[in-house]
Design a protein around this ligand. Sequence first.
Ligand code: PLP
Length: 363
Amino acid sequence: MKDVIKLSSGDPDFATPPHIIEAAHRALSEGATHYTPTSGLPRLKEAISEYYRKFDLNVDPNAEVIVTPGSQQALYLTLASVLGPGDEVLISDPSYTVYEPTIKFLGARPVRFPLDRENNFHPDLDAMEAKVSDRTKMILICTPNNPTGTVLSKTDLEAVAQVAREHDLLVVSDEIYSEFIWGDGRHLSIAALPGMKERTVVIVSFSKTFAMTGWRLGYLIADGALVKQMLKLQGNMVLCPAAFVQMAGVAALTGPWEPVKAMRREYEDRVNFLAGRLDEIDGVSCPKPEGAFYLFPDISQVCTSSRKFCDGLLEERKLAATAGVHFGPLGEGHIRLALVRPVDVLSEAADRIESHVKESRTR
Ligand SMILES: Cc1ncc(COP(=O)(O)O)c(C=O)c1O
């Protein structure tokens, strides 16, 4: 279809900052065309360790980091290294679409715990603990959250940590949107809580922070013994991530950070603009998310099927959004919009949504 406004995929519209591209060019001409160590280039792992200090985490770059081709692969390495058939993993409802199928593919079982719609999609932690069984191996959390934008507070994280310690569970913490928190909020890593570093795998990416989705670069931080196991799988699967891409990653982390700050400012403007605009539409409720660059408006008063609503939006209004139910049963009644277009395009998107809502209500 022509002239579609595509807000269905979390692929930033920004170009990768020039100093990162230059670093990749330079690396290629200087011979970064060979294999690297399986866990990644020492310079990059040192830069990662340095960067994570800002989240109060002390990381041994030699033993506790694996650089991966995208964080999706870091997630797969983690799940495949730990889970066996019949093991259970607690994931939130709703949650990022990839968690459930990956867990199922490995013969394990995703068990969903509810996020509380009435409380900005923060987790209902008693309900979460009630889902723990003797087959539960891990809890997978995502903060800031895709699709809800929820940023877990210290209290939320302490409660998750408490459950993990009490039932001897591993926590996988997807932190790929940590640079995008709105207002005065601050990212907290559960791994930095007392006694949690050794039972947490932190999943991070260059994709969103530096607008580098197509480069395929991410990493994980985990306990040294687990890293050793995961490296066997990484060695057999990918051998190592591309050398010149890793050099670009060093340039990204060591700065300058002004381009990231500029992207953050622009995303926050988009979030403020579109959340405000959608919330004014009769029948739509769109609270401002705490972080990440998605909106997750409630359209349940207009249409009970988010899939039907999104199909109509695309076919009749040429606007691509993702149906909330795609993220889990509790996502029903919502749609997810990725704010990867400038404000003038988002304004047109809001007009199209408004027309669609008005027409749907009179049908
Ligand atoms: C929550 C979350 N985790 C992981 C990923 C994977 O990102 P990548 O493989 O590009 O690092 C995404 C991509 O949208 C995501 O939203």
